[in-house]
Design a protein around this ligand. Structure first.
Ligand SMILES: [Zn+2]
Length: 276
């Protein structure tokens, strides 16, 4: 079974974009693309988990209703898309998770860290999630990139604790669903979505999913809302490298996802729990 997480955030939330957008220009826009995303999932009869940036619900509360009306799941992606490992974020996170719980009537049991930022500096988040009755996290990438990754982490789902981020710990109450990785030119790289989905030939992604299927490991896959609806992203001035990583071949995302949906089954994380 393959798991689909849609990180529902706005065009100005990604880490390589946010510092270059003045606050006055941070106007929510991506809610306009939600219907197109829901229609895509309906067409292929796929359920997904929408990891929501909570602040979007204050301007557009209908986002939540529309997602739930189609029996998709909602999960937490922080209130403002802050990296967990920035200094002094823990007390703010404690407030944010309570606020999100309130505005979503306690429906969220899953978490995805912005920019996959769970590491030794932010391991406290696992305890916070467990204390708030969360059942799972999907933020660990068992590979190393410039922005994130825990290369030694297990590839199959495991019980995670703040002391053991990378391997099963029977003391844990939270299940970690590590994101899909693959070998490419001798290196382990992410194959779970985003830049890698857009840049690599689709065959490499498909082979990665097939290899997990053969080993009965669920592939945890991610896609950003704005990658599926780039027509709503305004023109932004960015350093060339940031532009490349964030937007390279973005126009291919939608058709690549359709191609994957044609060949593989995907479902939401909570439906995985219902089946075990
Ligand atoms: Zn995100």
């Amino acid at each position: 079974m393959n798991l689909l997480g849609i990180d529902f955030e706005d065009w100005y939330h990604p880490q390589l974009v946010e510092p270059f957008v003045p606050d006055a220009k941070k106007i929510p826009t991506m809610f306009k693309g939600l219907d197109k995303i829901l229609e895509l999932l309906r067409k292929y009869d796929i359920k997904a988990t929408f990891f929501l940036v909570g602040e979007l619900l204050s301007s557009n509360p209908e986002i939540l209703d529309k997602i739930l009306a189609d029996q998709h799941e909602i999960g937490f992606h922080t209130m403002k898309h802050t990296r967990l490992d920035v200094p002094n974020f823990k007390p703010i996170f404690k407030e944010e998770i309570k606020e999100f719980n309130k505005i979503t009537s306690g429906k969220s049991i899953g978490f995805r860290a912005p920019t996959f930022s769970i590491n030794e500096k932010s391991s406290w988040v696992i305890d916070e999630l467990a204390d708030n009755n969360y059942k799972y996290d999907s933020s660990i990438i068992p590979a190393k990139t410039n922005l994130y990754g825990i290369p030694k982490a297990e590839k199959s789902p495991y019980k995670i604790t703040s002391e053991n981020l990378d391997k099963n710990d029977e003391k844990g109450s939270l299940i970690e669903f590590p994101l899909l990785v693959t070998k490419f030119l001798g290196k382990t790289i992410p194959a779970a979505g985003g830049f890698y989905l857009r840049s690599l030939p689709l065959k490499i992604i498909k082979n990665a999913i097939k290899s997990y299927e053969r080993n009965e490991i669920p592939s945890s896959f991610y896609i950003h809302s704005w990658e599926l609806t780039p027509e709503f992203i305004p023109k932004i001035k960015l350093p060339i490298k940031n532009r490349f990583i964030t937007f390279h071949k973005i126009e291919k995302t939608f058709s690549k996802m359709e191609n994957l949906f044609n060949e593989f089954d995907f479902t939401s994380f909570n439906s995985y729990f219902k089946k075990i």
